[in-house]
Design a protein around this ligand. Structure first.
Ligand SMILES: [Zn+2]
Length: 392
């Protein structure tokens, strides 16, 4: 039986957050105006430092995890009354090149805020900050449970550096709440995400003059075309398994039999067991033209986040909190991956989509609904309180 968090507590949290709505928006602007592409270490490091000082001011114990290729990931631990920490997960890198602010500057128009990374997911970070602070204040100065904030700098490039840290920090926690954007107009929470992988097919053939000695050539392009048709057949929509040969390169000129060709393939799976199935199929690919060679590399890099009983329980807690706050919350499954895929695959109860409501992730018109910020922050606080009430 899930215990309800004190409804009076949620009312106080909501009031505090709505009173600070303008401050939330100003904080968001400050974060958006510090550009932080995953690949720009120095720029992203400045934002990492800014976030560290803001979280330190809130009384969190901060630790920056330096690494070679990306800005430091930021860990912040807040003390609480009892129990294991609840982990709030996010990323402060964006997909936008340095200088994007010039063409898509910060602006607020008709109740929406625009700017690079505003929706994915700087607003989610602001909501974390204010949620933790308001919850502590509304609880008489002590959080009902410890809270661990974990912000990485390489999520948009598949979390190559942060993954092992995310996993290590998550297993110490009671639950992982992922503050990635909510889904769609109604701002649904995400209770399932597909697993994601990349495969690369590389064919080496034999070059020849297409006019003089065509028969001496072995076309890598022709061979690759047959491989593409083969992997295309791995798609099984009913299973939620898709294989997308998205990028193709090959050959040099039309009058040369191509010696090289390659294809980048995106794969998505709904069930973790399909990773093995797909891996077997890719590794079993054989060349049709024996004079060509085929190299297959890559694999699944994010396991699926399955809709487990533990995730459903967290969603029920969120539903109750939303009801107390006067709105309705729904759940959705998505094909996109997040760091929630990692925490969930380890058996850490995970709920995703607790960030901003908006639209246009990774697009120039990316924006959030400003009025949703205090409400969603209150929801996040409510879920933390609900988890603490459950385990107390
Ligand atoms: Zn994101």
């Amino acid at each position: 039986m899930t215990k309800r968090p004190d409804p009076e507590l949620l009312k106080r949290v909501s009031k505090l957050l709505h009173a600070r709505a303008e401050e939330m928006l100003a904080t968001l602007r400050a974060l958006v105006e510090m550009e932080s592409p995953s690949g720009e270490k120095a720029a992203a490091e400045r934002l990492s430092g800014e976030l560290e000082s803001r979280f330190a001011q809130l009384g969190g114990k901060t630790r920056r995890h330096e690494n070679k290729d990306f800005a430091s990931h930021l860990q912040v631990d807040f003390d609480g009354a009892a129990g294991k920490p609840v982990m709030l997960v996010g990323h402060f890198d964006t997909v936008y090149d340095l200088g994007s602010l010039a063409s898509t500057p910060w602006k607020v128009e008709k109740g929406r805020a625009y700017g690079p990374g505003v929706y994915d997911m700087k607003a989610g970070i602001v909501q974390m900050m204010f949620a933790v602070n308001a919850l502590r204040q509304a609880s008489g100065g002590t959080l009902p449970c410890p809270v661990r904030v974990w912000l990485v700098s390489d999520e948009e490039v598949s979390s190559p550096d942060s993954r092992s840290l995310t996993e290590r920090l998550a297993v110490e926690c009671a639950a992982a709440l992922i503050c990635e954007p909510a889904q769609g107009k109604e701002g649904a929470l995400k209770t399932a995400r597909k697993g994601v992988g990349d495969y690369n097919l590389r064919v080496t053939g034999r070059a020849a003059h297409a006019g003089i000695d065509f028969e001496k050539g072995a076309s890598a392009v022709h061979e690759l075309a047959r491989q593409i048709l083969a992997v295309g057949k791995f798609t099984d929509l009913k299973r939620g398994l898709t294989v997308n040969p998205g990028v193709v390169r090959g050959g040099t000129r039309s009058n040369v039999v191509a010696a090289e060709a390659e294809c980048e393939v995106d794969v998505r799976i709904r069930q973790s067991k399909d990773a093995v199935l797909l891996e077997k199929k890719f590794r079993a690919l054989k060349v049709h033209d024996k004079r060509c060679t085929l190299e297959v590399s890559g694999g699944i890099n994010r396991p699926p986040m399955e809709r487990t009983a533990a995730t459903v329980e967290l969603f029920r807690i969120a539903q109750k909190a939303a009801k107390e706050l006067g709105f309705k919350i729904t759940e959705k499954a998505t094909g996109g991956g997040s760091d929630g895929n990692f925490t969930s695959a380890l058996g850490v109860p995970t709920l995703d989509g607790l960030g901003a409501v908006g639209e246009g992730a990774h697009a120039a018109h990316e924006n959030i609904v400003v009025a949703e910020m205090p409400r969603r922050a209150a929801l996040l606080a409510g879920v933390i309180a609900g988890i603490a009430a459950r385990s107390s």
